[in-house]
Design a protein around this ligand. Structure first.
Ligand SMILES: [Zn+2]
Ligand SMILES: [Zn+2]
Length: 329
């Protein structure tokens, strides 16, 4: 099969012909239709995340069809449309798995990082961690698998909100904005200063206000979610939230957070991160996305153009989400 392979020596992925993976017990073989390109993939190839398996096939927003079940595997039948997210495996026995926090598992497997992912014609996945997905364009569905899920988990961690700030208006924010608006929440979108295209995009998706991240928020926010990997936005967002308000950091990697006065945290403001996802998040999120009529904005690339997709994400010239179209749905 064709695969885009990260060797660890350069950020450039290599196009390779590799043998088809074989599903073991408990696993399924998936014919990949589309795979989203996530900022985390950039953090992997750029070396910000330091422990990938090598060589690695990246990609953790996988949409495809079950091609074969491994020996003794119970899972969706051959032909069924499924998705594979970042959380690819958990141990099931650690205190986090036992306590309903499998996203924090001590011995996890991460798709496209410690497990091979979906920048390929086929992949294997743990049958317990695939989500059944609806029919429709696989490219449109792919961003839901990480941008959507992590955005949703971040939103849950923000608590009950009426006025929500989103810092960084890319793949995750453009999905979450639609869900929040559907639920009657007022969304305030903070983009790179001067990025009027992203600001127009946010307003078009229902944000009541959009501006640059160095602008003062026009209202006191109940919570803010940071999708941009920029640590300096943490103190900025903290200034924008009300007493008891929450600042949620949704990314896996962020530049250092500069020092700030304690009075900005005072009055029970909270800073927290969100790590990974649970299967329960998916069971809640996918029906909600459907009910909210979420429409993803995507830019499709061929599998062999994965490096170009990563570069477009790196330079911030994308509107919406980059997705590799690997086979016709
Ligand atoms: Zn565990
Ligand atoms: Zn991701």
């Amino acid at each position: 099969m064709r695969a885009m392979v990260f060797t660890g020596t350069t950020p450039e992925l290599q196009v390779q012909e590799v043998p088809d993976p074989q599903p073991g017990p408990g696993q399924v073989l998936i014919a990949v239709e589309a795979c989203g390109v996530c900022r985390t993939d950039l953090h992997v190839v750029d070396g910000d995340l330091t422990d990938p398996k090598l060589p690695l096939i990246p990609g953790h927003e996988i949409v495809g069809r079950i091609a074969r079940l491994g020996p003794g595997t119970e899972g969706p039948p051959v032909g069924r449309r499924v998705g594979v997210p970042w959380l690819g495996h958990t141990c099931g026995v650690c205190r986090y798995c036992q306590g309903g926090q499998e996203n924090l598992c001590d011995a996890p497997g991460f798709t496209g990082y410690t497990l091979n992912g979906g920048y390929a014609d086929r992949c294997v996945a743990d049958a317990r961690f695939v989500f059944e997905l609806p029919e429709g364009d696989p490219v449109a569905l792919a961003p839901l698998l990480c941008a959507g899920l992590i955005g949703y988990r971040s939103y849950r961690m923000a608590g009950e909100v009426q006025r929500l700030g989103l810092y960084g208006f890319g793949a995750a924010a453009h999905i979450l904005c639609q869900i929040a608006v559907h639920q009657g929440v007022e969304v305030f979108a903070f983009t790179r200063d001067g990025d009027v295209t992203a600001q127009d995009f946010a307003r078009r998706l229902g944000a009541v206000w959009a501006g640059g991240s160095s602008e003062k928020s026009p209202v006191e926010l109940d919570a803010a979610i940071l999708f941009a990997p920029v640590g300096a936005l943490v103190p900025a967002a903290l200034k924008a939230v009300r007493k008891g308000g929450v600042v949620v950091c949704g990314g896996i990697h962020m530049s250092d957070i500069p020092a700030f006065p304690y009075r900005d945290l005072w009055e029970e403001r909270v800073i927290r991160s969100v790590a990974n996802l649970t299967r329960q998040d998916g069971l809640e999120f996918f029906p909600l996305a459907e009910a909210a009529g979420v429409r993803t904005e995507t830019v499709a690339y061929a599998l062999e153009d994965a490096n170009r997709a990563l570069q477009d994400l790196r330079t911030g010239r994308l509107q919406g989400a980059a997705v590799l179209r690997i086979a016709d749905g």
